[in-house]
Design a binder for this molecule. Structure first.
Ligand SMILES: NC(=O)c1ccc[n+]([C@@H]2O[C@H](COP(=O)([O-])OP(=O)(O)OC[C@H]3O[C@@H](n4cnc5c(N)ncnc54)[C@H](OP(=O)(O)O)[C@@H]3O)[C@@H](O)[C@H]2O)c1
Length: 308
């Protein structure tokens, strides 16, 4: 493709809220470096890291170069292949991790082929939540047959954690608001609400106790989760950096076993053995709306940007 060809891409030029700083820009189509591919984007999952990074919450940990693109995962059709890349062809449908994926074209650094039975909007929403769920379950080190507590089970990661934990032979007690109790039940969890009295509710549901607790919501309840699980070593957070101050573990990137996790989850979905609930899809031009909704922390499953 001619390097002067412009594409639509979501960008921001300063830290701020979606309404204040996000806009559709027209910028040159990026080219893949060695080891990368470029896709014509079909769908890009929305993640809380998008608006946290944009809001300056990662300042000091991670440098943001302005103007910055947005989006770290996508599905689409391969249209350019970098040097040294084997096993993928122009025209293949793929999904995976990339940079600035909320755009008409994006570069992927890790990808797998998309099974036919997985719609593009689902595939574009699989990577981050699946890898994070798989990794934090690994980090919890619990055995099949035991019961875990998942704080924040109805969102993107929580929905994946519940299902992957059930496949590992675990019993899951998951927290969500009243409106998501049936949703959690359908995913295979025993639901309960969050808020005051959680310890008593969990005690009534887990007759043999809790083998581990995952903090997905990051709602500031690490001490309570340690109290419920009985020991800091039994608590893992993906969302509360203070976890380590209490002796609990913070599970962080870089992503592990990416290709295995993405392939496994997509194949389970294609066979009807896995759900990925998409609350809503938005065109690229409505990314502000999607990120605003995500920042309100009440999404069931995932939000997705679709690009035609
Ligand atoms: N460490 C890592 O590697 C890593 C990787 C990816 C993401 N993360 C972080 O993980 C967190 C979760 O990500 P996500 O994609 O799952 O977010 P999400 O989909 O936006 O989560 C929304 C869900 O949070 C639930 N929720 C809100 N307040 C809650 C509370 N006080 N207690 C329990 N549940 C509550 C909501 O349930 P109701 O609507 O029922 O209230 C909603 O379903 C984010 O902070 C994200 O930045 C970490």
């Amino acid at each position: 493709m001619n390097a002067n060809v412009l594409m639509k891409a979501i960008q921001y030029h300063a830290y701020g809220t979606p309404e204040a700083v996000l806009a559709v820009a027209h910028i040159p189509v990026p080219g893949p470096l060695a080891g990368q591919i470029r896709i014509k984007v079909r769908a890009a999952g929305v993640n809380p890291s998008d608006w946290k990074r944009m809001g300056g919450q990662y300042e000091g940990f991670e440098e943001v170069v302005f103007p910055s693109g947005m989006g770290v995962e996508a599905s689409g059709i391969v249209d350019a292949i970098g040097e040294g890349v084997d096993g993928v062809h122009i025209g293949d449908a793929v999904f995976g991790y990339g940079n600035d994926t909320m755009a008409e074209y994006a570069i992927l650094s890790h990808w797998v082929k998309k099974p036919e039975g997985v719609p593009f909007e689902v595939a574009g929403a699989i990577p981050v939540v699946s890898e994070t769920a798989w990794r934090c379950l690994d980090d919890l080190h619990v055995s099949a047959g035991s019961t875990i507590l998942v704080s924040g089970a109805a969102g993107g990661i929580g929905s994946a954690v519940v299902q992957l934990a059930r496949r590992r032979g675990l019993q899951v007690i998951g927290t969500a608001s009243i409106r998501n109790q049936d949703y959690l039940r359908a995913l295979g969890a025993t639901p309960t609400t969050y808020g005051d009295g959680l310890k008593d509710r969990v005690k009534a549901l887990a007759h043999d106790g809790i083998a581990g607790a995952l903090d997905i919501a990051g709602s500031g309840i690490i001490p309570e989760l340690i109290d419920i699980a009985g020991d800091p070593s039994k608590v893992v957070s993906v969302a509360d950096f203070s976890a380590t101050e209490y002796g609990a573990r913070f599970s962080d990137g870089p992503p592990r076993n990416i290709h295995h996790v993405l392939t496994t989850v997509a194949n389970l979905y294609a066979k009807g053995l896995y759900q990925l609930h998409i609350q809503a899809v938005f065109p690229l031009e409505e990314t502000v709306k999607a990120q605003t909704i995500s920042s309100q922390k009440q999404v069931r499953g995932k939000l997705v940007i679709v690009v035609n």
